[in-house]
Each structure stands twice: as structure tokens, then as C-alpha cells.
Design a protein around this ligand. Structure first.
Ligand code: DX5
Ligand code: ZN
Length: 221
């Protein structure tokens, strides 16, 4: 399972808003809706004020899905946990620039471990923080909410950074957006140059997940 090549618009449902007691079913549902990527939010209660799941949960889910596991590490020590998440079945690993001392080395390590690498920046983090390393990543993740919780309000000012990032990385690298994405905000971020749309609440709060995914996709295209 590899991240699809840049250039197509993809919705990556975030299971943070799914029913955690029925995670395998929830993932099967979005898989049959035709998505290629599932976004797994990993929180340590330290980098963000919430705790979600760790490698054992990812490993169990791996048995039920062939989707690309896009692991968003909202944790203070991504370097330490890269290997355990790869062993658990992650296909793509995103770390936060705010807590990564040697991002170049971590990207290299992820590639050696056989997964694609992503760097993420929080709403208050300037583009300059990732400027040098972004071209070596496979995907850049732009937060449009403060990380930690689903169903927050989209921050339009943070989304504007996408335009600058697209200029820096060119067309060959994916730009993913995370936070408050729905059929209204999706076209805005796509017009700035994003192609990978994380959506939690706008999919899992809807009874009909296929319709929710299609609504985001058709608004974005
Ligand atoms: C927030 C997470 C997001 C979150 C998005 O910390 O990184 O992936 O689940 O949820 P929505 O789409 O509800 O804003
Ligand atoms: Zn996320």
C-alpha cells in the first residue's frame, strides 16, 4: 500500500470521529466507499491534550484493511515511535516539525523503513519552518485547526499557507489538509493547491458515509 501519486484529489477519512468500539467496521465502510487512504490520528496526551491510540490498535486494524494507513503522529517523540508504527502496518508517517530536532534524519529513517514521510505544521507555525525539508517529503500536512480534537472550526488564515507550500514543493508532492474539512471548505483548500483532504466529523457524523465522502469530492473537483 503506497500513497497515490500526487495529482489526484483524495479524501482521507480520519477515524478520530468514528465509533472506536467498532473501528474495523467503520474502516470497512469507508473502504467500500472507494477511498484509498485512511488517516489515523495518534495522540500522546503530551504534544496534544488528548490520547487516542498506539501501535497495538494500528496492528489489529491492519488485518481488516488494505487502505493506505496514513499515521499522523501528534506525539513529542516521533523518532522513537517510527519503527513501532511501521511494524504495526503504517504506510505513511507524518511527524510534527515543532517537536522534531533532526527532521532530515527522520525522513531518511522513514524511507529506509519502507514508508513514505510527511511533515506537519501547526496553525501558528510559519512555512519557513519546513521550507528546507518539505521537498524531501512525500506529503506536507497543513493543520487548519489546533491539533488534538475532531469537529473544530476551520481556520482560513492557516489554509493560506498552502499556496506558498505548493510553490516550494512543485506539483510532485502531496499537500494534505487537516481540520474542519467539509464540502464548504474543501474547494477553498484545493484552490490553494491541496490534493489530500482529511475529514473526520464531516464523514463519521453522517449516517451515509458514501454520500458524505462524495459530497466532499464533488465539491473539491
Ligand atoms: C485533529 C486531527 C484531525 C481530526 C480532523 O487533531 O489531526 O485529523 O480528526 O477532524 P475534523 O475533520 O472533524 O476536523
Ligand atoms: Zn490528523
Amino acid at each position: 500500500m503506497r500513497l497515490p501519486k500526487a495529482g489526484t484529489i483524495e479524501v482521507a477519512p480520519s477515524i478520530l470521529s468514528a465509533d472506536f468500539a467498532r473501528l474495523a467496521d467503520e474502516i470497512t465502510q469507508i473502504e467500500s466507499a472507494g477511498v484509498k487512504i485512511v488517516h489515523l490520528d495518534i495522540m500522546d496526551g503530551h504534544f496534544v491534550p488528548n490520547i487516542s491510540m498506539g501501535p497495538p490498535v494500528v496492528a489489529k486494524l491492519r488485518k481488516y484493511s488494505t487502505l493506505v494507513f496514513d499515521c499522523h503522529l501528534m506525539i513529542t517523540d516521533p523518532d522513537k515511535y517510527a519503527q513501532p508504527f511501521v511494524d504495526a502496518g503504517a504506510n505513511h508517517i507524518t511527524f510534527h516539525i515543532e517537536v522534531t530536532k533532526k527532521p532530515e534524519q527522520l525522513i531518511e529513517k522513514l524511507h529506509k523503513l519502507g514508508v513514505t514521510a510527511g511533515v506537519c505544521l501547526n496553525p501558528e507555525t510559519p512555512v519557513e519552518a519546513i521550507e528546507k525539508i518539505a521537498p524531501f517529503c512525500d506529503m506536507v500536512l497543513v493543520m487548519t485547526v489546533h491539533p488534538g480534537f475532531g469537529a473544530q472550526k476551520f481556520m482560513p488564515e492557516s489554509a493560506k499557507k498552502i499556496t506558498t507550500i505548493r510553490k516550494i514543493v512543485g506539483p510532485g508532492i502531496r499537500i494534505e489538509v487537516d481540520g474542519g474539512i467539509d464540502p464548504k471548505t474543501a474547494p477553498i483548500v484545493v484552490s490553494y493547491g491541496a490534493d489530500t483532504l482529511v475529514a473526520g466529523n464531516s464523514i463519521f457524523a453522517q449516517h451515509d458515509r458514501l454520500a458524505a465522502i462524495n459530497a466532499i469530492l464533488s465539491a473539491a473537483r
